[in-house]
Ligand binder design. Structure first.
Ligand SMILES: [Zn+2]
Ligand SMILES: [Zn+2]
Length: 412
């Protein structure tokens, strides 16, 4: 006789061959009602016939959207995965008290990858970034430090799209290599000075096979985007002219007088920026370097890298954190960081400086995506190797190099 566990509060139920020794609903934590139920096991013989050669099970549980076997694996998980994926089921394994929990979810066929929408968004973003670039270039042209503002803005656009694009393509390549369904990158246009975009993202539409792959997937974008940013900042500094300081101040003041209400934008000094400035920027005594707008795209790239590496939800850093910390501690870390960002941002709103108020918004977004959790990789039982942990460490190091309390601020 099977036992049916029904939640008193939500729709969740489980029908188990043997006692589950459970009093509470795993979905919401409310009390379970327990009934006896007659199940025609013949209905599941197709499943039992497959599983018996690969998994020794002590208990079998039927849920609304999945089956659960509790016991011991006989075959390698890769074999189990192959068999069930061919039948359009996604197997997930977890380990609890020395027992393996094998969940089988009916695979939802991922829809065809959209191409038109990503293309439209890319074109819109190119325009809005170009517009932002113009805002940087016009003042420089008027001051005589840039010859052609259209060309300068084009360089700005190429720089920023290159950085964001290489970040997303790195994810896409790792996804394709590991047979994970992923969308094409969606660029987010923001037709406002000073950046012109809210970055780009790709969505993952099929489960990540294992923890090692989740780390690679999460790290790939930030790593490549970080390298691209370093290259762009270095080129930007190299093409920034050094001009006599007295002349620069004179022209800047004249520009400000001719355009009342203009303000400047300052960027926080991240460790990586400090290092690059120290290596490449050396104006002689009495000279000032007029920063080329291309440099700014690299600084934005560094900023985007830091935002994505936050270990929240399914952000890039979230994939890494989930693999290293596991479900429970990833959730705790995720929400703690989101709430800290909100607190940190509030502090910034009241103090104005030295904290960026925008952290509050990122904290809210982070809290929302943290609450949705992370499905975890299919195989969360196989342990990470030292090499995998090293990749996670690289993620942490890049994050430290890219983060600053005030990434962006207005200079009146
Ligand atoms: Zn419930
Ligand atoms: Zn990313």
């Amino acid at each position: 006789m099977y036992k049916r566990y029904e939640c008193a509060h939500c729709d969740f139920y489980e029908i188990a061959r043997h006692d589950l020794y459970k009093e509470k609903c795993p979905a919401c934590g409310h009390k379970y009602h327990v009934f006896e139920e007659d199940i025609d096991e013949g209905k599941y013989s197709w499943l039992f016939n497959i599983i018996k050669n690969h998994f020794y099970f002590e208990n079998f549980v039927i849920r609304e959207n999945s089956f659960l076997f509790i016991g011991t694996m006989i075959s390698d998980f890769s074999r189990i995965k192959e068999i069930f994926e061919n039948m359009e089921y996604y197997p997930f394994i977890r380990k609890k008290e020395e027992k393996i929990y094998l969940h089988l979810f009916k695979a939802k066929k991922p829809g065809k990858s959209r191409v038109i929408l990503p293309m439209i968004l890319l074109v819109a973003t190119i325009f809005s970034v170009f517009y932002a670039g113009l805002s940087w270039a016009t003042s420089l042209e008027e001051m005589g430090y840039v010859k052609n503002m259209w060309l300068t803005s084009l360089i700005f656009t190429i720089g920023l799209i290159f950085i964001l694009g290489s970040h997303e393509l790195a994810h896409k390549i790792i996804a394709m290599k590991n047979k994970i369904e992923a969308s094409w990158p969606y660029f987010i246009p923001m037709p406002l000075f000073p950046i012109g975009t809210m970055g780009a993202l790709i969505t993952i539409k099929s489960p990540i096979p294992d923890k090692k792959t989740a780390i690679k997937l999460g790290l790939s974008g930030p790593l490549i985007g970080f390298i691209a940013s370093i290259i762009i900042i270095s080129i930007g500094i190299a093409i920034s002219p050094a001009v006599p300081t007295a002349e620069y101040i004179e022209r800047a003041e004249a520009y400000a007088a001719a355009h009342p209400g203009t303000y400047g934008i300052g960027f926080g000094e991240t460790l990586i920026l400090k290092m690059l400035v120290k290596m490449f920027l050396d104006a002689p005594e009495g000279y000032t370097t007029v920063i080329h707008p291309l440099t700014i795209t690299g600084i934005i790239g560094v900023f985007v890298t830091a935002l994505n590496l936050m270990p929240m939800g399914q952000l890039d850093g979230g994939h890494i954190a989930r693999s290293v910390l596991g479900q429970k501690y990833h959730m705790i870390a995720s929400k703690t960081i989101a709430l800290s960002l909100i607190g940190f941002g509030l502090l910034g709103t009241f103090l104005r400086y030295p904290v960026w108020p925008g952290w509050m918004l990122w904290g809210f977004i982070g809290y929302l995506i943290s609450s949705r959790g992370h499905p975890g990789a299919m195989d969360e039982v196989t342990k990470l190797t030292g090499k995998d942990k090293l990749l996670a460490l690289i993620g942490i190091i890049i994050f430290i190099l890219c983060v600053t309390p005030v990434p962006i601020y207005v200079v009146p």
